[in-house]
Design a binder for this molecule. Structure first.
Ligand code: IMP
Length: 428
């Protein structure tokens, strides 16, 4: 049995795209289990840069089945655009992509609600990507959501839009003082999407389980990261889905007994986009240095990412709630020129030390990080392919992460390209 879940161990943008891309070479199936086009995976192949939002990056390899699972929320126009862009660059989307019948659809009114709610939140805004993700999951849980399968039952589809608009238009007009939507327009627009997507729609839960039975190698690809998880993240500054490893089970219809490994992707430092607490955030020059060197700008929104030191308190939490079997360290080279490197070992408020990630968001806002300093290595690690070739202090940094988290480092990424990588343990 070889089903490996890949999750982000921080606030997303850990570099999962490259890790998944590399592992895909040995995989037969790559399946996405949550989130939507709020995510953005950047993959560089032969100097060509691909940014994917919804479609698993496995699509860039030949003959890998790529699945968008039931836990994902789909904005059909965004998906069709992404498919078109890939096709134009010669990628075979037709033969290799499947979409779950049960995935929920992002409707235009979800996007309007996302932005309207952010507007009224004022200073407490979450800093969402404005893609309608939250309101779509709200409808899913409220049992008023519209699923991919509904696209193919026109009468039911029309009725659902009309019913939902009854309430949403009221809110948009009276509460948020903005324009409402017309059911007929949405209906016509989505019927056109339905035609374009029809050939890809499938019972993906059955297919994934069949693949597991056949002993195929499967990657379950998470978006965002543990600290953005709706249950285990820095609530309410989170996304609205289960981005931890358990989300792979519900988001694809696979039992936990079928998962063989969970690989957590850890960036060698920390970043966060949007609002919310970030104890190890570096403001000023040093933060800016990281942002520029690491190219820390959102793949989806282009927003500058907030940058900070590695945070063991958050990572131990990620280790626990995901049950990680190994980690992949990314962007080690961004630390190359630093004389000293800090790691956060606890948070402090007043006289109290917190070694476990606090549940109280207010505490995260008001506590200060307790750092330990490590010597930097001051030489380039770009493109190094063997652990022994890393500068001694870089090796120490990696070992320190392993010891603190009690889990082995399976992989270290030393640059953007596919082959700039150290592999210490195979996943399949
Ligand atoms: P939403 O997912 O658009 O509702 O945004 C909720 C929070 O998650 C915001 O802070 C976003 O910046 C953050 N977020 C959503 N998707 C990503 C991602 O792919 N990487 C990093 N942050 C994300």
């Amino acid at each position: 049995m070889s089903a490996v879940v890949i999750v982000g161990a921080q606030w997303g943008d850990e570099g999962k795209g490259k890790v998944v891309d590399v592992l895909t070479e040995k995989a037969d199936v790559v399946a996405r289990f949550q989130g939507g086009h709020n995510a953005g995976h950047t993959v560089v192949i032969n100097e060509q840069k691909f940014i994917l939002h919804l479609i698993p990056s496995g699509i860039l390899h030949k003959n890998k089945l790529c699945i968008i699972g039931n836990g994902v929320v789909i904005e059909p126009a965004a998906l069709i655009d992404e498919m078109k862009g890939l096709k134009q660059r010669g990628v075979d989307v037709r033969s290799n992509l499947l979409i779950s019948k049960n995935a929920h659809l992002i409707m235009p009114y979800h996007i309007a609600m996302d932005n309207a709610r952010e507007r009224v939140r004022g200073a407490g805004k979450i800093g969402t990507t404005g893609r309608g993700i939250g309101p779509t999951y709200v409808d899913k849980m409220a049992r008023t959501g519209i699923r991919v399968i509904d696209l193919y039952r026109p009468e039911v589809f029309r009725e659902k839009i009309e019913t939902n608009l009854g309430e949403i238009n009221y809110l948009l007009k009276n509460r948020f003082r903005t324009k409402g939507f017309r059911a007929a327009e949405i209906f016509a627009q989505y019927r056109a999407y339905a035609r374009k997507l029809a050939r890809y729609v499938a019972d993906t839960d059955i297919i994934v389980n069949e693949m597991i039975e056949k002993k195929k190698k499967i990657l379950f690809e998470g978006a965002q990261g543990t600290l953005l998880d709706v249950d285990h993240g820095t609530y309410p500054f989170v996304t609205s889905s289960s981005s931890v490893a358990g989300g792979a089970c519900t988001g694809l219809g696979v039992g936990p007994t079928r998962i063989s490994r969970v690989l957590g992707v850890v960036k060698a430092y920390t970043t966060r986009v949007g609002g919310g607490p970030f104890p190890t955030e570096m403001t000023g020059d040093i933060g800016e240095q990281f942002r520029q060197k690491g190219g820390e700008f959102g793949a989806t929104t282009g927003r500058p990412r907030r940058c900070g030191w590695l945070d063991f308190v958050g990572l131990r939490h990620a280790m626990r709630v995901n049950g990680l079997t190994g980690i992949a360290i990314t962007k080690l080279d961004i630390l190359d020129a630093l004389p000293t490197i800090r790691v956060c070992v606890a948070y402090r408020r007043g006289k109290t030390l917190y070694r476990d990630f606090p549940k109280e968001t207010s505490l995260l806002h008001t506590s200060v990080p307790v750092y330990e300093e490590m010597e930097g290595w001051n030489e380039s690690t770009v493109g190094i392919k063997r652990f022994e070739k890393l500068p001694k202090n870089a090796q120490k940094y990696i070992r320190r992460i392993e010891e603190t988290l009690g889990v082995k480092v399976d992989m270290i990424s030393t640059g953007q390209r596919r082959n700039e990588l150290i592999v210490l343990r195979n996943q399949f």
